[in-house]
Design a protein around this ligand. Structure first.
Ligand SMILES: [Zn+2]
Length: 342
């Protein structure tokens, strides 16, 4: 009897966790690193950062309300909204999306009672549901073990398993090709104010610059510069601070240099450590040294695999994700330089 009760208790607990994950995004779903906990801290003037583990957002407080970058997700947005009300007693008037990826853009609905949502115009097509007859993407087909063209909950593996509810937009318990292609973004609220090149927000006598920077990582990528007495630039995912850039980076050195040339002191990436302009300069140096080393290996006739084994970027061993990202960074640069030569 006691044993039976215990089993029932565990089942109830599992159900409760499940029910919660269906409507809220818990911190555990997000990339985990050495950065832990939720916190708010001042950067400069009226500009603050807010963190959930590895994820970082930035906001500016004005007498007429708050301008926020990156909702990050429902758990974080719910926490931050209460903190902002308690500390400043001001509503969030604008939420600026850095790009449409689920782990940065989800949770905006939490602020919908007071805020307008700003995103690059490409974000509209990225959050739209593709045509119903869109087939499963090539890299998802292996999960469709019963071959019916959809991925049922029991078939889902990896990210599609852990983020199943965020993919399953129509809540029918199976992922269509369209839902898989669209991505785990059911909690991403579409922007209601879009722009193409740049727009400036003026609130409470302060200006925020919203600037398009389409990159390989996201064609709706946006950077934000806070001005008027402060000098803070926020850039999501691509200009990393004491961390190797993510994935198969191409040759985006000129674009990072254009950011470096802007007038600012504090630099915040959406992940990891807080930075300053010198960290953007260091990111450029890494990319240039990577480019030169890969160019040398190509000139010496090395294959991609040989380049990955020889371009070690030793000086950056202490940066986050050195082990995981170095081979991918080398591969991306190798392909970018090989394409340029043709
Ligand atoms: Zn991203």
């Amino acid at each position: 009897m006691g044993r039976c009760m215990k089993v029932v208790g565990v089942a109830a607990f599992v159900l409760a966790v499940f029910a919660q994950s269906a409507r809220a995004q818990t911190a555990a779903q997000y990339q985990q690193t050495q950065f832990k906990g939720k916190e708010i801290g001042k950067l400069t003037g009226d500009v603050y950062f807010a963190r959930m583990d590895d994820y970082v957002s930035v906001f500016m407080v004005t007498p007429e309300g708050i301008v926020l970058v990156e909702p990050i997700g429902t758990e974080f947005a719910t926490w931050l909204k209460a903190e902002l009300a308690r500390r400043f007693n001001l509503p969030v008037k604008y939420v600026i999306y850095s790009h449409s990826h689920w782990d940065h853009a989800s949770g905006g609905a939490v602020y919908a009672d007071t805020a307008r949502f700003i995103g690059h115009e490409n974000m509209l097509k990225n959050v739209a549901m593709p045509a119903a007859n869109t087939p499963l993407p090539q890299n998802a087909k292996a999960q469709d073990t019963n071959g019916n063209g959809r991925i049922e909950q029991a078939e889902a593996r990896g990210q599609m398993q852990t983020l199943f509810d965020l993919y399953d937009a129509n809540k029918d318990g199976a992922l269509s090709g369209a839902e898989v292609t669209r991505g785990p973004i059911t909690l991403v609220r579409a922007p209601d104010l879009t722009y193409t090149d740049r727009i400036h927000i003026n609130l409470g006598g302060k200006r925020v610059e919203v600037i398009a920077r389409p990159i390989a990582h996201a064609d709706d990528n946006t950077i934000v510069r806070f001005v008027d007495g402060t000098g803070v630039v926020f850039a999501s995912d691509w200009i990393t601070v004491r961390r190797l850039p993510f994935g198969a980076i191409g040759d985006e050195i000129a674009m990072v240099k254009a950011v470096e040339a802007m007038d600012f002191e504090y630099f915040v990436c959406s992940h990891g450590a807080l930075g300053k302009k010198a960290d953007v300069t260091a990111n450029i140096r890494y990319r240039e040294e990577l480019r030169d080393a890969v160019a040398k290996s190509i000139a010496a006739g090395q294959t991609l695999e040989q380049a990955q084994a020889s371009v070690m970027m030793e000086a950056y061993k202490a940066w986050d994700f050195y082990e995981q990202q170095r081979p991918q960074n080398v591969a991306g640069m190798y392909r970018a330089l090989s394409t340029n030569r043709r």
